[in-house]
Design a protein around this ligand. Structure first.
Ligand SMILES: [Cu+2]
Length: 481
């Protein structure tokens, strides 16, 4: 499966007995539709541009859709294709078998691209130029690509789908090689606005009042959209992945009652508690409950996760969360005042069958497809955080893995304060003329960073394990005057 960007060519075969007049009026209506879509595109692009999603890799992501204007001449069909960022727009056309395909490819991006389909290639197209690609006659579906190094992997593919070829119509993509269970959305597909996406609120509220925190959570297994165009079952604490964030102070009591409404044993391990594992981390059979109580003796950010074997699989399916314990306000460890606090849970993502979820063998082999913050790849590119110049933020980070390290970096910023696993690594470093560019957290480690926005702009945060950033651990903070 691929996610089409923009409508496929809506064309009628010529020579099908259609009168010229009716054909031109039909084309007139398609042109009108095209203009309407173009107007929406202009709006979408201007909105997106104001979010300015440039990043470390230098690409600009545009959430767009555009009409493919096609011309039909006997067995020949002509489509206009635009290059916008790392996208062909549209990125898919449908043609009847035997069609000779011609593409008018315009490069609207700021860097050079090309398009190769079978033996036909445009050669490098400079920004602003249009090249006509005579792609030949198609009797079966084929995928074309931009051949510039790395661009195919970033999502620059172009599907020619032959509609009456018989059999399976989906063009042979790379999926069969990378994941036979699910289509893995490319970066291009992940940074286009899409239906059904609801950002997970990254804001971390202050701790509720009171010293006893009592909650009842049900454990369920439910189908959710976890990446653009892909739904699969996820295993959830209290209906969400990551699970609810608990927050309190040193000395507080946490009493969590879990009801297992799933289809298998589940359990929980709160790293914030020092308890007898045999009793607290016992398996909770289907239909049964367990109350897990602990007193938080130590401040910091602590992982919790399902502790049922294989734990990698239960973590990969979403059974993770964080507990934040504030240090005493009158202590040397006290948190400073900031304008906003966020919590990002970093993780790998394993796409699988919708009814199965993450595949146990692929998890065991470390064959993850994507990465994310708060259980969705690139979600804060789609829904950027917003700030004003002068704001100081604290970003709490919890790397839940199951395996990969997080090297958290914000493009254009240095960290004044970094706290990791029980202590400040640096604090108010700007006053001393030092700072930190990235904080490293292995699986199950947590911390926070603090930084201040001195200038307006779009600040992209990434896992600077760069290929993991390219798999989804990226987001944007838009700072205005
Ligand atoms: Cu579990």
């Amino acid at each position: 499966m691929s996610i089409p960007i923009g409508p496929s060519g809506k064309t009628e075969r010529a020579g099908g007995g259609r009168a010229t007049g009716s054909k031109s009026s039909e084309w007139a209506s398609w042109i009108l539709i095209g203009l309407a879509v173009a107007a929406v595109v202009v709006l979408a692009v201007s909105l997106t541009t104001s979010a300015g999603q440039s990043n470390d890799a230098g690409e600009t992501n545009t959430a767009t859709s555009a009409a493919a204007v096609a011309a039909v001449d006997g067995e020949t069909m002509t489509f206009e294709v635009d290059v916008q960022g790392m996208l062909f727009v549209p990125n898919r056309v449908e043609v009847p078998a035997g069609t000779e395909l011609i593409l008018e490819v315009t490069n609207s991006d700021s860097m050079q691209h090309d398009l190769q389909i079978r033996d036909a290639e445009t050669g490098l197209i400079r920004p602003g130029e249009t090249v006509t690609l005579e792609a030949g006659v198609f009797t079966e579906s084929v995928q074309g690509t931009c051949t510039v190094a790395g661009h195919e992997a970033m999502g620059m593919t172009f599907d020619v789908v032959v509609t009456d070829a018989g059999g399976e119509n989906a063009p042979a993509g790379a999926d069969a090689l990378t994941n036979p269970l699910a289509h893995v959305p490319t970066l291009a597909e992940r940074t286009v606005d899409h239906e059904g996406f609801e950002p997970f609120d990254p804001v971390l509220p202050p701790a509720p009042t009171g010293t006893v925190h009592e909650h009842e959570w049900t454990i369920t297994e439910e189908i959710r959209q976890i990446a653009p165009g892909h739904e699969q079952v996820v295993w959830l604490f209290d209906g969400q992945a990551p699970g609810p964030t608990l927050r309190g102070a040193v000395g507080d009591t946490f009493r969590i009652t879990l009801h297992n409404e799933g289809t298998m044993d589940h359990s929980v391990d709160f790293h914030a508690g020092e308890v007898n594992p045999d009793e607290h981390m016992a398996q909770i059979p289907v239909g049964e409950s367990l109350t897990y109580e602990f007193v938080a003796h130590r401040s910091g950010i602590w992982m919790y996760h399902c502790a049922t074997l294989p734990m990698s699989l239960h973590i990969a399916n979403g059974m993770v969360g964080a507990v934040v314990i504030d240090p005493p306000a009158d202590s040397d460890e006290a948190l400073s005042d900031v304008d906003e606090e966020y919590l990002l849970v970093a993780h790998e993502m394993f796409l699988g069958d919708p009814d199965v979820g993450a595949d146990a063998q692929r998890v065991s082999d470390g064959q993850y497809d994507l990465t994310g913050f708060n259980w969705y790849p690139n979600q804060y590119n789609l829904a950027p955080l917003e700030h004003r110049v002068g704001d100081t933020v604290r970003m709490w980070l919890m790397n839940v893995g199951p395996d990969n390290p997080l090297s958290f970096h914000v493009v254009g910023e240095s960290f004044d304060t970094v706290w990791s696993e029980g202590d400040y690594l640096i604090r108010d470093a700007g006053q001393k003329g030092t700072g930190s560019q990235a904080v490293s957290l292995l699986a199950a480690q947590g911390g926070f960073v603090e930084f201040t926005f001195d200038e307006p702009g779009t600040y992209v945060f990434v896992n600077h394990q760069m290929t993991d950033a390219e798999k989804g651990q990226r987001g944007s903070i838009v700072v205005t005057e």
